[in-house]
Design a protein around this ligand. Structure first.
Ligand code: UDP
Length: 249
């Protein structure tokens, strides 16, 4: 994978299309070793600026995908336009489609009890031939790590999808991915909820208009707590182009 195309407020972002991300995963599965993918949105950037451990995890991730319109808009404003926005849920779909063809074993970890199973069966029906290595809700608590590592290892997973929300899922992968034996680990946020049909995804026109965040806010009003950092994000990105601004990249 190439070096990050740009940094937004110091956080690395790769200019990679959905197709290239899947090709990258295919290469990593052939080569072996553990590779981590993060789906970065503006809330990630703001959280990582406050949390050095999360920042370090994104710094070390093999791929920081531009999820969220706030990332692609910022990139354009900073003079480094990205070719595509790659949403976590689209990556999960594309990986499942490729896994069905290649015979990769996919493990679905996280989300509320039953959701990972439902997401896995939806994908298995949509992509015949998909091998579901296993599903497990569990939790990101340290006490459960050994048990989860054992389960994923015993399932012989190639791809591990982790839905514990950010930053928990990304920290979890950074600590444990290599020990699970899976070659590719992805922090997928709410993707399993969408695929299982637990939470509807914004209609296509809203996604196209860059309003997915608004739809999520309307459907899940508690998100205001997480989204309240967005105006500050926008302001800091605007300021970060000024040469004397200390908080830029
Ligand atoms: N989640 C979980 N355990 C936790 C925290 C979150 O299983 O301790 C799941 C939650 O059920 C959801 C996913 O993590 O499926 C993250 O969802 P969210 O939409 O908050 O993630 P985002 O995409 O905003 O990072």
């Amino acid at each position: 994978m190439p070096a990050p195309a740009l940094r937004i407020l110091g956080i690395p972002i790769h200019d990679v299309t959905l197709q290239e991300a899947v090709e990258g995963a295919a290469a990593w599965i052939r080569e072996g070793g553990a590779h981590q993918i993060a789906t970065v949105n503006p809330e990630f950037v703001m959280a990582a600026r406050r949390d050095p451990a999360f920042r370090e995890v994104l710094e070390r991730a093999d791929l920081c995908l531009p999820d969220g319109v706030g990332i692609t808009l910022a990139a354009r404003y900073l003079g480094r336009p990205l070719r595509e926005r790659v949403a976590g849920v689209d990556l999960v779909e594309a990986l499942a489609a490729r896994a069905a063809r290649e015979g990769w074993r996919v493990f679905f970890l996280g989300a509320a009890p039953g959701v990972a199973e439902r997401a896995a069966s939806v994908l298995a029906a949509r992509y015949p031939g998909l091998t579901v290595a296993g599903t497990y809700a569990g939790s990101p608590r340290r006490e459960e790590e050994e048990e989860i590592i054992r389960r994923v290892g015993a399932a012989g997973a190639d791809v591990l999808l982790v839905a514990y929300g950010a930053p928990a899922q990304d920290l979890w992968l950074a600590r444990n991915l290599a020990r699970t034996g899976a070659k590719v680990g992805v922090g997928v946020g709410g993707a399993l909820d969408y695929i299982a049909g637990v939470i509807p995804r914004a209609p296509r026109w809203m996604r196209r208009a860059g309003l997915e965040w608004l739809y999520r806010l309307i459907r899940q009003p508690w998100r205001w707590r997480r989204q309240r950092v967005l105006p500050l994000y926008a302001l800091q990105v605007l300021l970060s182009r000024l040469p004397w601004y200390p908080g830029g990249s």
